[in-house]
Design a protein around this ligand. Sequence first.
Ligand code: HJL
Ligand code: ZN
Length: 184
Amino acid sequence: MCLQDSESVPVPQETVEDVVDHKVLMQEALQEAKQSPPKPSNFCVGALLVDLETGEVLSRGYTLEVEGNTHAEQCCLIKFAQAHDLPEERVGEVLPSNTAIYTTMEPCNMRLSGSLPCVDRIIRTKTKDGAAAIKKVYLGVQEPEKFVGENQGRAKLQEHGIECIHVPGLEEEILKVATAGHQK
Ligand code: HJL
Ligand code: ZN
């Protein structure tokens, strides 16, 4: 192919997402998880909301950070919503349209407490034009089958067009932190 030809071929622009280091972000989520108070009846999880256009971390959260029986993903959403004077269920109105959530453990689809699962919190997070604001979920480990059996969350998220991507390499430490409050 001559140079002229190759110059006329449109080359897709590298997006920030291509250069975002998923493992570094998962390590940051793990730092959040380490701040969660160990408890026998849940997992200590950490999460981040990230703008995939700029790579900016928009919000951070860990299990039980916000008052009440709160999950890491829920805390991220609540904190970003509060910073914009909105209730959690309207957070999508102020999130960038290409937001990802990084979470050390896949979002829950059922909770023993009966609270709204994080999968549903993520799915309901819509931009003003009704599109999903959270387009991708990067997860460090699947949920161990300790409290609610097999977590069907990934399938439900994917059904709603939300991609779930496993970030490998930190599983051992993530599980150690997640189960810190469990009887050995
Ligand atoms: C995720 C969290 C957290 C869990 N999972 N992804 N983030 N704690 O912050 C999942 C586990 C539930 C139990 C108990 N944990 O937490 O299944 O009391 O913690 O509502 O089912 O339910 P509650
Ligand atoms: Zn949850």
